[in-house]
Design a binder for this molecule. Structure first.
Ligand SMILES: [Zn+2]
Length: 177
């Protein structure tokens, strides 16, 4: 007698992962192999998908933080700036960060605000260039908040600019730890 389940497509003998018996058929295999080591850095930036690839490229190629934790929310660092109008945003941010700092042993935060951010455009009702001073102030405030919550962690801040199709990154001085 042969086991009737032996030719099931879900019996993946080579797989290092124990797949559940009720798993649907594989839709896609990632080309990227699993790497368990954490980089202990988190980047907080806007969720705007038009910038996502450039943020990734900047963090991985320039800052050299592969596999960094990504925290993408509308407005990015605005959610931890002390000027955030809604205290529930700040509370939610604290809960999530407390968890990540502890569970992922974070040692570094990277804050990125970007030119033309719709979060600021809508809030301030100003064209992109006129939102930049507020965005810069929010970077300072966000860095101060993070340092007060997590003394000893490194905080770096950047402005992502765009001219036509060209995107560039500029460090903003938020003091050093
Ligand atoms: Zn944005």
């Amino acid at each position: 007698m042969t086991d009737p389940s032996s030719d099931s497509p879900l019996r993946l003998r080579e797989s290092p992962i124990e797949l559940g018996p009720d798993l649907p058929i594989t839709a896609y295999y990632a080309m990227e192999p699993w790497q368990p080591e954490r980089i202990r850095a988190l980047a907080l930036y806007c969720s705007d998908g038009c910038w996502g690839e450039a943020f990734d490229e900047f963090c991985q190629r320039h800052l050299r933080i592969p596999r960094y934790d990504r925290w993408a929310v509308p407005g990015g660092p605005a959610c931890v700036a002390a000027s955030a109008e809604d205290p529930t945003l700040l509370r939610a941010a604290r809960i999530q960060l407390d968890f990540l700092v502890q569970a992922h042993e974070l040692e570094r935060f990277v804050l990125i605000t970007h030119f033309g951010c719709a979060w600021y455009g809508q809030r301030l009702q100003r064209p992109p260039g006129e939102c930049l001073p507020t965005q810069s102030k929010d970077l300072q405030a966000a860095a101060a908040t993070l340092r007060s919550w997590f003394p000893g962690l490194r905080v770096d801040a950047f402005l992502a600019m765009r001219r036509h199709e060209r995107m560039s990154f500029h460090q903003v001085d938020v003091g050093h730890k």
